[in-house]
Design a protein around this ligand. Structure first.
Ligand code: NAP
Length: 461
C-alpha cells in the first residue's frame, strides 16, 4: 500500500464535535503538507458548537469567526456528518476502524456542582441551561425560567456569569436586534427582576471577567452597576497581584470596579446589578422552591496568586427566587474513551489520549476544552488544536494501517443500517439561509430554529 498521507492513500481523520476546536483541528489538518480527508461528526444538525449556542446573542462580533470555519467547510477535503450522536449512533471503536485517527473535540457540555444543600431546588439553575435556552439550543428549548421574582442571584464571577447577568440586566430594546431566541426574548420581556447579585467567593482582584466584558456593565441603558466602596480595600497579597505586569487584565478589572464604586446610582434606572465579593454560598433554602440563599462571608488566605477563600463563619441571608450557578463547565465522558472524573477532561499528553495510567492509546486524540478544561477565549482553542494535530502528524507512520479504510462511506453504511438520519454541510446551508431570511424582517441577524425537527423539515423542503 502507498505511503499514508498521499493522494492515493489520504490520511482519514474523524473529528468528533464541530465547535471551534473541531474546526481549528480540521483547518490545521487540511492546511498541512499531508493529503487528508476530514469527516467531522456533530450531534446537532447545526455546526459551530459554543459559537452558535454559547456566545451571547449581544456579542455578534465574536460570531464572525464562523466565516473562517465556513472557509474550512468549503474545502473539498472537509465533510460534515451532523445529527449523529457519537457513542450511541456510532461508536468510537467503529470510527477507529473506518479512519486512521479520531480527534475528540466535544467540549465541556455540563456544569461543575456547587456541593451545597438545596443546590437542586426548583428555581436554582445552571448557567448552561439558561445560556442554552436563550441561545435556542434544542436541548434546552423547553426549559422554563421563572423571572417573576425581583431578586436574582448569580454565583461565580467569570465571563459566563457576566453573560447571564447582562442578559438579565438588558432591556428588550437592547436585545431585540440580536439572534436571541424568540421564546427567550418573550420571557425576558415579562421579567420582574430588579436586583441582580453577582457573587464572587474571592475579592475584586481575583474576579475572572475580562475587562471588555466588565466594561459593558457600565453601558447598560436601564441598569446601574453597583460596587460598595469598602469592598475595594485590598490585602497586601492582592495588591502585589495587581502590581504584577503580566496581570494587567486583573488590574483593569479592579479599576473598573473602583469606577463603579464611585458612580452615583441613577434612580431612574429600573434595575441594579450588585457585584458582591468574598462571599460563598452555604445553603439554598426553600420548601418546594428556592426562597433564600445563605451566604458565608469569606476571607482570603495564602500567598499572592494562590489565595483561596476561607469561610469566616459569619453568614448573611438574601431572599431570592431565582439563582444561576455559573462556576465553570465540565466535560462529559464518551463511551470507549478514558475520562478523568475529577477534572472532567479526557486524560492526554499534548492531545494524545492516554489511559488513566498515562499510557498512550493509539489513534485517539483530543483538542479544546475536553483536552485542557474550560478556559480561555474562542481563539485559545486554535493553538490547542494545532498542538494536537502536530502530534497526530508526527505519529503518521504509526497510524498507517494494513487494512483498507473506507472513511465516510463506512460511517454512512453504519448509520443507514440503523436508520439514522444524517445531514451534511449543504443541508446545513439551507437551514442557515432560512434562519437569516426569517430573522431579516425582525431586524435580527437570524431567527434560530430551536427544534431538531424544524431544522430537518427545512432541509426536506
Ligand atoms: P471561569 O472563568 O472559570 O469562572 C468561574 C467562576 O466561578 C470564578 O469566579 C470562580 O471563582 C467561581 N467558582 C468556581 N467554583 C466555585 C465555588 N465552588 N463556589 C463559588 N464560586 C466558584 O468559568 P466560566 O465563566 O464558566 O468561563 C469559562 C471560560 O469561557 C472562561 O475562560 C471564559 O473567559 C470563557 N468565556 C469567554 C467569553 C467571552 O470572551 N466573552 C464568554 C463566556 C465564557 P475562583 O476564581 O475563586 O475559582
Amino acid at each position: 500500500m502507498s505511503t499514508l498521507g498521499t493522494e492515493e492513500n489520504p490520511l482519514l481523520v474523524a473529528i468528533v464535535g464541530s465547535g471551534p476546536s473541531g474546526f481549528y483541528a480540521a483547518e490545521a489538518l487540511i492546511k498541512s503538507e499531508v493529503n487528508v480527508k476530514v469527516d467531522t461528526l456533530e450531534r446537532l444538525p447545526s455546526p459551530y458548537g459554543l459559537v452558535r449556542s454559547g456566545v451571547a446573542p449581544d456579542h455578534q462580533k465574536l460570531k464572525q469567526v464562523i466565516a473562517l470555519y465556513q472557509k474550512t467547510a468549503d474545502s473539498p477535503d472537509f465533510n460534515l456528518i451532523a445529527n449523529v450522536n457519537v457513542g450511541t449512533d456510532i461508536t468510537i471503536e467503529e470510527l477507529c476502524q473506518s479512519h486512521h485517527a479520531v480527534i475528540i473535540t466535544s467540549g465541556a457540555e455540563t456544569d461543575r456542582k456547587l456541593g451545597v444543600p438545596g443546590e437542586d431546588l426548583n428555581g436554582s439553575y445552571t448557567a448552561t441551561e439558561f445560556v442554552g435556552w436563550y441561545n435556542g439550543h434544542p436541548d434546552y428549548r423547553d426549559r422554563e425560567f421563572d423571572l417573576s421574582h425581583e431578586v436574582a442571584v448569580i454565583i461565580g464571577q467569570g465571563n459566563v456569569a457576566a453573560d447571564v447577568s447582562r442578559i438579565l440586566a438588558k432591556t428588550v430594546d437592547e436585545l431585540k436586534h440580536t439572534d436571541i431566541a424568540q421564546h427567550a426574548l418573550d420571557t425576558l420581556a415579562e421579567s420582574k427582576i430588579k436586583e441582580i447579585h453577582v457573587i464572587g467567593r474571592r475579592g475584586p482582584a481575583q474576579a475572572k471577567f475580562t475587562p471588555k466584558e466588565l466594561r459593558e456593565f457600565g453601558e447598560l441603558s436601564d441598569c446601574n452597576s453597583i460596587v460598595r466602596e469598602e469592598d475595594m480595600l485590598l490585602n497586601s497579597e492582592s495588591e502585589a497581584e495587581l502590581q504584577e505586569k503580566s496581570n494587567i487584565a486583573s488590574k483593569k478589572i479592579y479599576e473598573q470596579f473602583c469606577e463603579f464604586s464611585k458612580r452615583e446610582v441613577d434612580p431612574a434606572k429600573s434595575r441594579n446589578c450588585y457585584f458582591n465579593f468574598l462571599m460563598g454560598p452555604k445553603e439554598l433554602i426553600g420548601e418546594t422552591k428556592l426562597e433564600k440563599i445563605i451566604l458565608e462571608k469569606n476571607q482570603l488566605s495564602g500567598e499572592a496568586f494562590k489565595q483561596s477563600a476561607r469561610g469566616t463563619g459569619e453568614t448573611i441571608e438574601l431572599e431570592t427566587g431565582i439563582l444561576f450557578r455559573s462556576i465553570g463547565y465540565r466535560g462529559v465522558p464518551i463511551a470507549g474513551v478514558p475520562f478523568h472524573e475529577s477534572w472532567g477532561t479526557i486524560p492526554n499528553e499534548n492531545g494524545r489520549i492516554t489511559d488513566n495510567d498515562g499510557n498512550i492509546i493509539p489513534k485517539l486524540y483530543a483538542a479544546g476544552w475536553i483536552k485542557r478544561g474550560p478556559s480561555g477565549i474562542i481563539g485559545t482553542n486554535r493553538a490547542c488544536s494545532v498542538e494536537t494535530v502536530q502530534c497526530l502528524l508526527e505519529d503518521l507512520e504509526k497510524l498507517a494501517d494494513k487494512t483498507n479504510k473506507a472513511g465516510a462511506e463506512e460511517i454512512y453504511s453504519i448509520l443507514n443500517k440503523k436508520n439514522i438520519r444524517y445531514v451534511n454541510f449543504d443541508d446545513w446551508k439551507k437551514v442557515d439561509a432560512k434562519e437569516i431570511e426569517v430573522g431579516d424582517p425582525k431586524g435580527k441577524p437570524r431567527e434560530k430554529f430551536t427544534y431538531v425537527d424544524e431544522m430537518l423539515s427545512v432541509i426536506d423542503s
